[in-house]
Design a protein. Structure first.
Length: 571
C-alpha cells in the first residue's frame, strides 16, 4: 500500500512538472520520504530496521543481501537526495546545450543510486555493489569531457579506487572464511584484520594522505558532477563506512592513531595547496580535501557523532559553493582562473550572497552551520591527549581555511575588473537560482537542526580560556593574512601536492628539451656521436615512459612519507 501510494505521488508530480525535470521530481519525493522516516526514528523511537534475504550458501556461510535502515543511514540518504535534487535542477540549465545531456543524466542518476546502495548496505555483498558502482560511474563522469587531461584524471581516479576495491574484496573473502558476511554482529576475536582492510580502503575512497592525488584530478568532470562528488557522495563514502563500523565496534588504539595522522596531514596539505592555487574549482577541491582531513581527524579522536555532524554540514555548504562557482563559469564563458574573474559578482548580487555565505560557513563563523561541528571538534581536540606535532599541524590547517577562502573572495569580489567578462554579461534564469536558495537555507540551518534533533551531537567541555583565545587569534590572524595575501603565481612543488600529483607536463617538457639539446650537441661540435648516444637514448626512453601516470611519481615522496611517520611516532 505504501509503495503504491509513493508511485502514485511520483506520477502525479511528473505530470504536473515538465518532462525534462522528472529525475529532479523523483529525487525530491525521495528526499521528503527519507526526511519523514528519519525524523520519525530520531524523535519517536531508536529502533533499527534490517531487511535480510539469504541468496546462497558457500562453505556453510550464508550470503545475505541486507539493507539497514536506522537514523544514521536515513539522515545521510536524505542529505544526498536533497543535494542530488539541487544538482539535477542546476545541471538542466548548466548543460542545456550539451548534445548528450540525457546520457549524462542517466550516468549521474546511477551514481546517486550507487551511493544510496552503499548508505543502506547491511552486508558485504551490497556494500561491494555500491562501492564498485561509485567507482565505475565516477570514472565515466570524470572523462565526460573527452580530452587528454580528463583521461589522465580518470585513469588516476580509477587506479586509486581499484586499490580500495581490492581491499574490499579481500575483506569479503576473509569474512566469508570466518563465516560472517554482515556488517554487524562481528566475532570479537577476528575483527582486527577486517578493520584494517576496511580502514585502508576508506582512506583511498576519501582521498586521505597518501591517496589524495585523485581528488583535485576529478575537477576535470563537469561542475554539477563536482558539486555532487565533492560534497556528499564519493569523497564521504570512506568516512561513512568508518562511522558505521564505529557504531558497533571499538577501534584499537593504533587504528585511531592512523586516522589522526592521515587526517591532520591531509588537512594541512589541502590548505597549503589551496593558498597557492588560482583555479577556482581546484581551490574548492582542496578545501574539500582539508575538510575530509578534519572528519578523519575527528574519527581518530573516537567521536563518530561529531564526524557525522561535520559531514552533513560540509555537504550542504560545499554543494552551494560549487553551484555558485558554476554560475560564475556560466557568465564568464568557462573561465576558471580567479585572476581573470575580478569583480565578476558586481552584476550578479545573488551569486555574491551565495558564494560569500558558503565561504563564511566553510570558515566556521559563529552561528553558521560549520560553527557547531568545527568548534566542537576543536574543543574535543584540546581535551584529548595528543602529541605536539599532530596538534600543531591541525591548528595550522584549521587557520588556513580563512586564508585561502578570504583570498578567493577578495579576488572575485573586489579585484580589478576583467574587461571581456564585464562587457559581455548575460542574464541567468530564475530557475537556476532555485537550487541555490534551497542549499542556502540548508547551509544556514543544518548544524542548528542536527544539534536539536540528535542529542548525541551535543558535547560539553570545560576548558581554560587561553585555548579559546588562542583559537580566536589564529582564525582572525589567518583572516587578516588572507585579505592582504597578494601571491598570484603557483609554486610547482605545492601545485603537485608536495610531489603526490604526477607532473606529466613538466617532465615531458624537461626531457624533450634536454634530448634536443643533447642531439644538437652530438651533431655539432662534439665528435664522434657515439660518446653521448647512450645518454640520448636513455633520455628518449625516459620521456616516453613518463607519459603514463603510473610511471611519473617522484621517488622523493616515499622518503618524505617515512620521515614524517618517524617524527610523528617519536613525539
Amino acid at each position: 500500500m505504501f509503495v503504491e501510494f509513493y508511485v502514485l505521488v511520483v506520477k502525479l508530480l511528473m505530470l504536473v512538472m515538465l518532462h525534462k525535470q522528472r529525475f529532479t521530481v523523483l529525487l525530491f519525493v525521495s528526499f521528503c520520504l527519507m526526511s519523514v522516516m528519519s525524523l520519525f526514528l530520531v524523535l519517536l523511537t531508536e529502533m533499527t530496521y534490517n531487511i535480510m534475504i539469504s541468496t546462497s550458501n558457500v562453505a556453510s556461510c550464508d550470503m545475505y543481501v541486507s539493507l539497514l535502515f536506522d537514523k544514521t543511514s536515513l539522515m545521510f540518504s536524505s542529505v544526498v537526495t536533497l543535494i542530488s535534487t539541487c544538482v539535477f535542477m542546476f545541471s538542466r540549465q548548466y548543460m542545456n546545450k550539451d548534445l548528450y545531456y540525457w546520457r549524462f543524466t542517466w550516468v549521474l542518476l546511477l551514481f546517486v543510486l550507487s551511493m544510496n546502495i552503499l548508505i543502506f548496505s547491511g552486508s558485504l555483498f551490497v556494500l561491494l555493489i555500491g562501492w564498485d558502482g561509485l567507482g565505475v560511474t565516477s570514472f565515466l563522469l570524470i572523462i565526460y569531457y573527452q580530452s587528454n587531461n580528463s583521461w589522465q584524471a580518470g585513469f588516476l581516479t580509477l587506479m586509486i579506487n581499484r586499490f580500495g576495491d581490492v581491499l574490499i574484496m579481500g575483506t569479503v573473502f576473509y569474512m566469508t572464511l570466518i563465516g560472517n558476511t554482515l556488517l554487524f554482529n562481528y566475532p570479537t576475536s577476528n575483527y582486527c584484520l577486517m578493520l584494517g582492510l576496511f580502514s585502508v580502503a576508506a582512506l583511498t575512497k576519501s582521498a586521505q594522505y597518501p591517496f589524495s592525488a585523485w581528488l583535485p584530478a576529478a575537477m576535470a568532470a563537469p561542475t554539477p558532477v563536482s558539486a555532487l562528488v565533492h560534497s556528499s557522495t564519493l569523497v564521504t563514502a570512506g568516512v561513512y563506512i568508518i562511522i558505521r563500523l564505529m557504531t558497533t565496534l571499538d577501534f584499537p588504539l593504533y587504528m585511531l592513531q592512523l586516522f589522526l595522522f592521515c587526517g591532520s596531514v591531509t588537512s594541512f596539505i589541502g590548505g597549503v595547496c589551496a593558498i597557492f592555487e588560482n583555479d577556482i574549482k581546484k581551490i574548492i577541491a582542496f578545501s574539500t580535501l582539508s575538510q575530509l582531513g578534519v572528519m578523519m581527524f575527528c574519527l581518530g579522536l573516537n567521536s563518530h557523532t561529531l564526524a557525522l555532524l561535520h559531514l552533513f554540514t560540509h555537504a550542504m555548504f560545499k554543494a552551494l559553493l560549487f553551484l555558485a562557482a558554476g554560475c560564475m563559469l556560466m557568465v564568464s564563458y568557462g573561465v576558471q582562473d580567479i585572476r581573470l574573474l575580478g569583480s565578476i559578482t558586481k552584476n550578479y548580487p545573488l551569486i555574491l550572497v551565495f558564494f560569500n555565505m558558503s565561504t563564511f560557513c566553510l570558515m566556521g563563523l559563529p552561528f553558521l552551520s560549520a560553527f557547531y561541528s568545527k568548534h566542537a571538534i576543536i574543543n574535543l581536540m584540546w581535551s584529548s591527549p595528543l602529541n605536539l606535532i599532530c596538534l600543531f599541524i591541525m591548528l595550522l590547517a584549521i587557520s588556513m581555511t580563512s586564508v585561502y577562502m578570504l583570498r578567493t573572495s577578495k579576488i572575485i569580489n573586489w579585484a580589478n575588473n576583467s574587461n571581456y567578462i564585464m562587457e559581455n554579461t548575460k542574464s541567468l534564469s530564475v530557475i537556476l537560482y532555485l537550487p541555490l536558495v534551497i542549499l542556502f537555507i540548508s547551509s544556514l540551518s543544518v548544524g542548528w537542526l542536527m544539534n536539536i534533533l540528535d542529542l548525541s551531537c551535543m558535547n560539553y567541555y570545560v576548558l581554560p580560556s587561553i585555548y579559546d583565545m588562542l583559537l580566536i587569534l589564529l582564525v582572525y590572524g589567518a583572516a587578516v593574512f588572507g585579505v592582504f595575501w597578494t601571491k598570484r603565481h603557483t609554486i610547482k612543488t605545492i601545485s603537485n601536492m608536495f610531489l603526490m600529483w604526477p607532473f606529466w607536463v613538466l617532465i615531458n617538457v624537461t626531457t624533450n628539451n634536454l634530448s634536443k639539446q643533447v642531439h644538437q650537441m652530438e651533431i655539432g661540435w662534439m665528435e664522434p656521436q657515439n660518446i653521448l648516444k647512450p645518454f640520448s637514448n636513455y633520455l628518449s626512453i625516459l620521456n616516453k615512459t613518463q607519459r603514463w601516470p603510473i610511471k611519473s611519481f617522484s621517488g622523493l615522496h616515499p622518503v618524505v612519507f617515512l620521515v614524517v611517520i618517524m617524527l610523528y611516532w617519536y613525539y
